[in-house]
Design a protein around this ligand. Structure first.
Ligand code: NDP
Length: 451
């Protein structure tokens, strides 16, 4: 396979989830692979996204767990939270994971350049150091970055990138956006004792998720003391002499906050990569347009993960990286990633998990549907004296009894969903679910007892 005409068979730009998978699998198939990363090996998910965020979610949940412990007989005294200790424990583990990613690449003989890379000509990449290398194929896996809307004073706001490195937990935090990151960090800061306000340009949170779940999360968040400002946008943010931020939102009076975090989506990292020099076509958000096999309009340039803005989720980037490497360098027929019926979760407090069609989507697409619902108070909450209720919804195609969607908001919903998603993806019917004996007592048993 080695093509002496080029220095490498594959050059990967960006060593995040998609880039690591593609590089190591291509190398395992015998390709000569090099990869470049300008920041830290591991990408958004490992360094400043899913992984450290989940650790903060665990840390945050202790606030309620310690409260709940009392009715289970535990006296734990006055709980005290030390943010610096949690922050540093999380960063220590991120360092460990980064090391493991680097080792994986080393073990597969992938040459890693820890510097920025830019495409400077056909099959040609120039590194920040000035070194020029050539490759038969180039894979762009540069991910995405937080998109901060234009408004006066936006330089005083942070994004999720910085949230992991704060010196202290703010007393009053304003979070802009109503999506994944806004709701996850609202839960985190709220449990750490901040007064949290979410501001969103519309009156919808978590657009795309089932309406019943979104309503439930909104109600629970309000009960927990999170405030929502809907249909509002920033007029300005001013930094005051004492470091606090004076914020003016449309339709609202000026208010002071200690921290403003913007979580209004992420835009593909395609600037300054030299893509224009070789004529790679971009979409309206700056994403690299690719076909089903992750190939751009330039036949030796491919792209996987968030930079293509297909589905901005780590497991999807990993699958795209795997399919790319197998298809180009493996001994298999080229294959495409199936982007349908992808399960997802929001690690809010409580978490949401979802797979398949929402009730609204199914009604529009299928016409005749059946909806089964369980609105329950988890046993643990009953003993703890917590009023918070969970909600499971199953959407069934009335024509053939096939389960086309499952939507849950309750403790452990993402853990339960991973297995439930197999059944939905496999197209099992409601009768198949009903034929499965419950495991009692669990929350998950609700899924096979829906009437
Ligand atoms: P989301 O796309 O989830 O949400 C963006 C929010 O910002 C929406 O409420 C949107 O409003 C609003 N918005 C978008 N553009 C603007 C604008 N110009 N001005 C004001 N508001 C705006 O983005 P996030 O930043 O929360 O997360 C980015 C992506 O990262 C997610 O889409 C997801 O793919 C991924 N992610 C996944 C996680 C997980 O799997 N648990 C966790 C965190 C991130 P509107 O609804 O009106 O469009």
């Amino acid at each position: 396979m080695a093509d002496a005409e080029y220095d490498y068979d594959l050059f990967t730009i960006g060593i995040g989830s998609g880039g690591v998978r593609a590089s190591r699998v291509a190398a395992a198939h015998g390709a000569r692979v090099a990869a470049a990363e300008e920041y830290r090996v591991g990408g958004t998910c490992v360094i400043r996204g899913c992984v450290p965020k989940k650790m903060l979610v665990y840390g945050a949940h202790f606030a309620e767990d310690l409260e709940d412990a009392q009715n289970f007989g535990w006296d734990v005294g006055e709980p005290k939270f030390d943010w610096i200790r949690l922050r540093d424990s999380v960063q220590k583990d991120i360092d460990r994971l980064e090391g493991l990613y680097g080792e994986t690449l080393d073990n597969h003989d992938v040459t890693v350049f820890r510097e920025r890379a830019e495409i400077t000509g056909d099959h040609e990449v120039t590194l920040a150091s000035g070194k020029v290398v050539t490759a038969k194929y180039i894979l762009v896996a540069t991910g995405a970055q937080p998109l901060v809307p234009e408004f006066k004073g936006n330089q005083h706001c942070i994004t999720s990138n910085e949230a992991f490195h704060l010196d202290e937990i703010p007393n009053r935090v304003l979070i802009a956006g109503g999506g994944y990151i806004a709701n996850e960090f609202a839960g985190i800061f709220n449990q750490f004792g901040s007064k949290v306000t979410i501001v969103n340009r519309s009156d919808v949170i978590l657009r795309g998720y089932d309406e019943s779940l979104r309503d439930r999360l909104l109600q629970i968040s309000l009960t927990k003391g999170i405030e929502f400002c809907f249909n509002a946008e920033f007029e300005y943010v001013e930094k005051q002499d004492d470091g606090t931020l004076l914020v003016k939102l449309t339709g609202h009076d000026e208010r002071e906050f200690d921290l403003v975090m913007v979580a209004t989506g992420r835009s593909p990292n395609t600037k300054g990569l030299g893509l224009d020099k070789v004529g790679v076509e971009l979409g309206s958000k700056g994403e690299i347009k690719v076909d089903d096999f992750s190939k751009s309009n330039v036949d030796y340039i491919y792209a996987v993960g968030d930079v293509t803005d297909r589905v901005q989720l780590t497991p999807v980037a990993i699958r795209e990286g795997q399919a790319f490497a197998d298809s180009l360098f493996g001994d298999v027929e080229p294959y495409a990633v199936d982007h349908s019926c992808i399960a997802s979760a929001v690690f809010s407090h409580p978490p949401i998990a979802s797979v398949g069609m929402t009730e609204g989507e199914a009604r529009n697409a299928l016409g005749s549907i059946k909806v089964y619902q369980s609105d329950f108070r988890p046993m643990k909450h009953v003993v703890a004296g917590r009023s918070e209720r969970g909600l499971y919804k199953m959407v069934v195609d009335a024509a053939n009894d096939r389960v086309v969607g499952i939507h849950m908001i309750a403790p452990e919903a993402p853990e339960i969903m991973q297995a439930a998603a197999v059944a939905v993806k496999a197209g099992l019917t409601k009768a198949d679910w009903d034929a499965t004996t419950a495991i009692h007592p669990t929350m998950a048993e609700e899924l096979v007892l829906l009437k």
